[in-house]
Design a protein around this ligand. Structure first.
Ligand code: FE
Ligand code: CA
Length: 525
């Protein structure tokens, strides 16, 4: 290190440490330290976010990074004090709450504050202060109390936002909507590139370590529309594969040349960077080796919503030749008949079955990464199966469908919400996926991607023709699904645009569907 660089670094460290001491004595003493800090760039360039809205709590997030492209965002390897504020009004008077925390270098100076003891079913504004800098304003809300009368839930379902393949026009529109929450079901970042589909470029080639995954998350957070969408609504998240690596399964990398040990540390780095950059429970920050992200959420007496983790516990895809891994299109093969293969892992599978069996709420929503309904097309060798999706885990799917069917048989509706396939899909889920003589037990809504490219209309038409339970399937447009849920019905507006290469692209309604209470099959609205 050059002496001059050392002095700059040492100076910054001294400033941060002094600032820490200052906060220990409460703000208001030595203003020179704050001025020195504020002479740096704005530390809130990555924005603010909130998530996990409970009936009396919500998680507030930011990450201090005055120079986001530098290691540790341009901050010294020392904790930096941050003050958070939350209130019911944007002048921060009504129901005002505040507190101090430390943005720690071991978590890239990210801040995850779980504010508790809040009034339920309220809108809140929040912001952060670090030194003399104040963050942008965020809006969030708390869920209705668990026993509150069933009211209404409005959410946006989104997934698959390849930065290189388009602009986040979807997030611009979601940010402007009056909503309760955003449910994002995976592929928040992409680790890989397709040079043929380049609207704008990632900062580097694919990440493999913590510093590189942090940089990838920075690239996404520097998008103004994505930041606006985080600032506008609380998010619930689950992940799919690209947060780590395309088609990984459990601790099996899709790149067979990688050693198991190397992949385990790559996966932990990717998980850690993900937690650092998203409004998830602070408990996850210390547990990137085997974090539990599947969770139960409630919305008054109206709905229960479970997020599932379809990656961490998944068995490798079936019927790969030796030396090959990941998903591919298959015909029938013996390994598919192995009843022991799992998508969710035995523990999570038992957990969701027990949750579905116990839920008393009329609407039971399952948020997970991909499409549950059968897809595939007829070929001379039989029906094609994409081995990474639920089609490639038929016994595991059957166990999930049995739990769904048992739950629906007690009354109420189960609705599955998915992503990953880069097409809007509305489907009827049957008690047995491969048998059209069995009854419809649930509805499925799968969102198209925010940007990632999908199937042509020719292929989608073939899919629709050969899968009668796919009531809708279109891969030629990008978008999200706007969902409004009341005791009487669930309404879904499949928002879409053919032109996500333009930041101000306007979205339209590709189709609208409704699920009436007590009737599992979705109807065209
Ligand atoms: Fe995707
Ligand atoms: Ca995926």
């Amino acid at each position: 290190m050059l002496r001059r660089d050392f002095l700059v670094t040492a100076g910054r460290q001294a400033a941060a440490l002094a600032l820490g001491a200052l906060f220990a004595r409460r703000v208001g003493g030595d203003s020179t330290v704050i001025e020195r800090y504020s002479a740096w760039d704005d530390p809130f360039k990555l924005g603010v976010a909130s998530g996990m809205p409970g009936p009396d709590s919500v998680v507030l997030w930011t990450r201090l990074a005055p120079r986001p492209r530098e290691p540790l965002g341009g901050l010294p390897d020392a904790p930096v004090p941050v003050r958070w504020e939350l209130a019911e009004d944007e002048h921060f008077s009504k129901g005002f709450r505040t507190g101090e925390t430390l943005a720690r270098p071991e978590h890239a100076h990210s801040v995850h504050v779980e504010v508790e003891g809040l009034a339920s079913d309220r809108r809140w504004f929040y912001r952060f202060h670090a030194g003399a800098a104040t963050s942008p304003l965020g809006r969030t809300r708390t869920a209705p109390a668990a026993d509150a009368p069933a009211g209404r839930l409005r959410l946006a379902l989104a997934s698959c936002q390849h930065y290189e393949q388009g602009e986040f026009a979807v997030h611009r529109e979601i940010a402007e909507r009056d909503l309760d929450l955003v449910l994002f079901v995976g592929d928040y970042i992409y680790e890989s590139s397709n040079p043929r589909l380049l609207v704008r470029a990632h900062e580097a080639l694919r990440p493999l370590d913590l510093a590189a995954y942090r940089q990838r998350h920075v690239t996404y957070k520097l998008d103004a529309n994505l930041r606006a969408c985080h600032a506008a609504h609380p998010w619930l998240l689950t992940w799919d594969d690209h947060e780590v690596e395309n088609d990984y399964a459990g601790l099996a990398p899709a790149d067979v040349k990688a050693s198991a040990e190397d992949f385990a540390s790559t996966r932990a780095a990717a998980y850690k960077a993900y937690f650092e950059h998203l409004p998830v429970s602070p408990k996850l920050l210390g547990d990137a080796r085997s974090p539990r992200i599947h969770a139960q959420h409630r919305w008054g007496r109206l709905a229960e919503l479970w997020t599932l983790d379809g990656r961490q516990y998944k068995n490798p895809q079936a019927c790969n030749a030796p030396g090959r891994a990941g998903g591919r299109v298959l015909g029938a093969c013996a390994e598919l008949d192995d009843a022991g293969r799992t998508m969710l892992g035995a523990e999570q599978e038992a957990w969701i079955a027990a949750q579905l069996a116990a839920s008393e709420r009329p609407w039971r929503l399952i948020g997970q990464g991909t499409q549950i309904a059968r897809g595939g097309i007829e070929t001379p060798l039989g029906r094609s199966i994409f081995s990474d999706g639920w089609d490639g885990y038929p016994h595991a799917r059957q166990r999930l469908l049995a739990a769904i069917a048992a739950s629906a048989a007690r009354g109420g509706n189960v609705v599955c919400l998915g992503g990953d396939v880069h097409r809007h899909v509305v489907a009827a889920l049957r008690a047995e996926a491969d048998d059209e003589r069995t009854p419809i037990v649930a509805a499925e809504l799968v969102t198209t991607s925010v940007t990632s490219r999908g199937l042509s209309e020719n292929t989608a038409a073939l899919l629709r023709r050969q899968n009668a339970d796919l009531l809708h399937a279109r891969g030629d447009e990008r978008g999200y699904v706007a969902i409004e849920l009341t005791p009487q019905r669930l309404q879904a507006d499949l928002r879409a645009t053919a032109f996500p290469v333009v930041a101000d692209a306007k979205l339209h309604s590709q189709a609208k569907y409704v699920v009436e209470a007590g009737q599992p099959k979705p109807q065209r609205d």
